[in-house]
Write a protein that binds this ligand. Structure first.
Ligand SMILES: NC(=O)c1ccc[n+]([C@@H]2O[C@H](COP(=O)([O-])OP(=O)(O)OC[C@H]3O[C@@H](n4cnc5c(N)ncnc54)[C@H](OP(=O)(O)O)[C@@H]3O)[C@@H](O)[C@H]2O)c1
Length: 328
C-alpha cells in the first residue's frame, strides 16, 4: 500500500522538505504498523531543517520524533490491530522514518498503549515535551517538596517548560516562578500557574558570585546554557535542578560551590532512551493526576499535514506558546 510522508532532502547544506510517496514495507518480527492520526512539532523536530544542527545523521530522512495512531498490522504479541498507541523518542524520526507520515512501521518495543483517559490528540499535545516535563516533575517529587516550595521553571512559554508549569500547578504547587524572554507572555504564564514571571536578565548577577541568596528549592530547566549558570548559585540548600534542555546552549560555566557547600543536586533528564518498561506508568500519570483539570490550559496550536513544511520552517523563528500538533 502507498502512503504520503514528508521527507527532508539535503542539497549541499540546504534542507528541503518534500512530500513523497512511500510503500508500506513487509512487517518483520516484533514490528507494528500504525496509521498515524497526529504528530507534533518539538524543538528537535524544527532543528532537523538545519543540516548543521547535528540532529539528523543522514538525509534523506522522514522526521517527526512523536506519533499517535491506530495499529493496522502487528507481528508482536504485545499489540493488536485497532489498538491505539503512541510513540516518542528512541531513533524515531532521527535514524528511523518518523511520525510525519500517514503510516509508520516500528519496533513494538517503542510503542506505548494509549491510556484510556487520553485521546490521540491529547497524547501529542503532551508528546515528547509533556513526557519530558513529567520526568522532570517526577525528579522533583522524589524529594517530597512541600506545596509551598519555591520552584523555578525555564522555557515556560514552550512545550517542556509549559507542561512542567501546568503539571506542578495541577499538583497544587503554588509558589511557581516562570522565566521567559518574552514579557508579553506574562498573562499566558500566569494562566499556566506562575505566580511570578521574570526575565533571564533578572536571574543574572553582574558580580557572578558563586553563592547568592537561596531562592529556589526546585528548578525545572528546559533552557540550560548561561541561564543555568545564573540559576545554580540561587538554588537553596539540598535543592534539586532537573535539567532537560539546551535551547540556550550546551556549555555549562559553573563553580562546584553550590554542590559542595549547599548539597544541591543537578539531575539530567532524558526522554529519548527512557526504558520502555517504565514508560506506561509515566503516561498513566500524564493521563490522570498530572493532567490539568482546566481544559486548554496549555496553548494548543494545530497545523494540517500539508502545512507542515512552513510550520517547521517558522517554528524557531516565530514566537509560539505551548504545543503545536500536526493532524496527519
Ligand atoms: N532531555 C530531553 O529528553 C528533552 C526532551 C524534550 C526537549 N528537550 C530540549 O528541551 C528544550 C525545550 O524543548 P521544547 O520542545 O519545549 O521547545 P520549545 O517549545 O521551542 O520551547 C523552548 C522555550 O525555551 C525558551 N528559549 C528558547 N531559546 C532560548 C534561549 N536561547 N535562551 C533562553 N530561552 C530560550 C523559549 O522561551 P521564551 O521565548 O519564553 O524565553 C521557548 O519557549 C530544547 O532544548 C529541547 O531540545 C530535551
Amino acid at each position: 500500500m502507498k502512503y504520503q510522508a514528508l521527507e527532508l532532502q539535503l542539497n549541499d547544506t540546504q534542507v528541503t522538505p518534500t512530500f513523497v510517496e512511500q510503500q508500506l514495507p513487509e512487517l518483520a518480527a516484533d514490528q507494528v504498523t500504525v496509521k498515524v492520526a497526529y504528530s507534533d512539532i518539538n524543538y528537535k523536530d524544527a532543528l532537523t531543517l538545519n543540516s548543521r544542527s547535528g540532529v539528523l545523521r543522514q538525509y534523506p530522512q522522514i522526521p517527526g520524533i512523536d506519533a499517535a495512531g491506530t495499529v493496522v498490522a502487528s507481528k508482536s504479541t504485545a499489540f493488536k490491530v485497532d489498538q491505539k498507541v503512541l510513540l516518542t523518542g528512541f531513533d524515531f524520526g532521527i535514524s528511523w522514518p518518523g511520525g510525519y507520515a500517514e503510516f509508520i512501521t516500528v519496533p513494538a518495543a517503542w510503542l506505548v498503549p494509549l491510556p484510556q483517559e487520553l485521546s490521540l490528540a491529547d497524547a501529542m499535545w503532551y508528546g515528547t515535551a509533556g513526557f519530558t516535563a513529567a520526568l522532570s516533575v517526577r525528579a522533583l517529587l522524589k524529594y517530597n517538596l512541600p506545596l509551598a516550595a519555591p520552584i523555578l521553571v525555564t522555557g515556560a512559554t514552550g512545550g517542556v517548560g509549559g507542561w512542567a508549569m501546568a503539571i506542578l500547578h495541577q499538583l497544587g504547587y503554588y509558589n511557581l516562578t516562570a522565566v521567559s524572554r518574552n514579557v508579553a507572555a506574562t498573562d499566558y504564564l500566569q494562566t499556566l500557574g506562575a505566580n511570578n514571571v521574570i526575565t533571564p536578565a533578572e536571574l543574572a548577577d553582574p558580580r557572578q558570585r558563586p553563592l547568592q541568596k537561596q531562592k529556589f528549592v526546585g528548578v525545572i530547566d528546559a533552557v540550560g546554557g548561561t541561564l543555568l549558570t545564573d540559576i545554580l548559585p540561587q538554588v537553596s540548600y539540598s535543592g534539586i535542578v532537573a535539567l532537560s534542555g539546551n535551547a540556550g546552549g550546551n556549555k555549562l560555566a559553573a563553580t562546584t560551590l553550590p554542590f559542595i557547600l549547599r548539597g544541591i543536586r543537578l539531575q539530567g533528564i532524558d526522554s529519548v532512551s527512557y526504558p520502555t518498561a517504565k514508560r506506561a506508568a509515566v503516561w498513566q500519570q500524564l493521563a490522570t493526576d498530572f493532567k490539568p483539570t482546566q481544559a486548554q490550559l496549555l496553548q494548543q496550536n494545530t497545523v494540517e499535514f500539508k502545512q507542515l513544511p512552513n510550520a517547521l520552517a517558522t517554528f524557531l523563528a516565530e514566537k509560539h506558546h505551548g504545543r503545536t500538533l500536526v493532524r496527519i
